[in-house]
Design a protein around this ligand. Structure first.
Ligand code: NAP
Length: 152
């Protein structure tokens, strides 16, 4: 079981993570930071996002999550100290009860409609902000890093 289970997402100002289910995330500007942070760890990816990516992400243990999988049991199989939940929305929501941290890069754009970070009425647990780091090479773009304070 990992010590840290980190939800990591690029989010618009109005709370969306994608324009639609097929969004290839070309609007995100933090992919290099994502790669740097997730390499050597385990990533858990929903089957829809995995098909958009089209391949396993190199240098990381990739776990593709399906609805028939048990999230607690999946986490128990992980031997790395850190595990990133890399989305999408359904997968973030499924792993919400287990996350210890959230890394959110709020991009200065709005979609008006699309796929929200979480599905239905789900909400992030109470978070404490640890720090905000600049996305390397991207003026004015920051990743906010939070620790879960109280579980929902
Ligand atoms: N902005 C970002 O940082 C970011 C990150 C990742 C993804 N995204 C975007 O998110 C979108 C996809 O999100 P998504 O929510 O549609 O898909 P998803 O979470 O990537 O994958 C959904 C699949 O995961 C399984 N699953 C996990 N939890 C489930 C649940 N509670 N209920 C039912 N199935 C569940 C099912 O797999 P089976 O059908 O195989 O059983 C389901 O079809 C894409 O547009 C992608 O680009 C954005």
């Amino acid at each position: 079981m990992p010590d840290k289970i980190i939800l990591i997402a690029a989010v618009t100002e109005d709370g969306f993570i994608a324009k639609n289910e097929n969004d290839n995330l070309s609007w995100t500007q933090d992919k290099h930071l994502f790669k740097q942070q997730t390499t050597t760890s385990t990533i858990i990816v929903g089957s829809v996002t995995r098909s958009i990516i089209g391949e396993n992400l190199p240098g990381r243990q990739n776990i593709v999550f399906h609805r028939s999988d048990d999230p607690a049991k999946v986490l128990e199989t992980i031997s790395t100290e850190i595990c990133f939940i890399i989305g999408g929305s359904k997968t973030y929501t499924t792993f919400l009860p287990f996350i210890t941290h959230a890394y959110l890069t709020i991009h200065p754009i709005a979609f008006g409609r699309g796929i929200k970070l979480l599905t239905g009425e789900s909400k992030l647990p109470e978070l404490i902000k640890l720090k905000s780091i600049q996305v390397p090479g991207e003026t004015g773009l920051y990743q906010d890093q939070y620790k879960v304070c109280i579980k929902n």
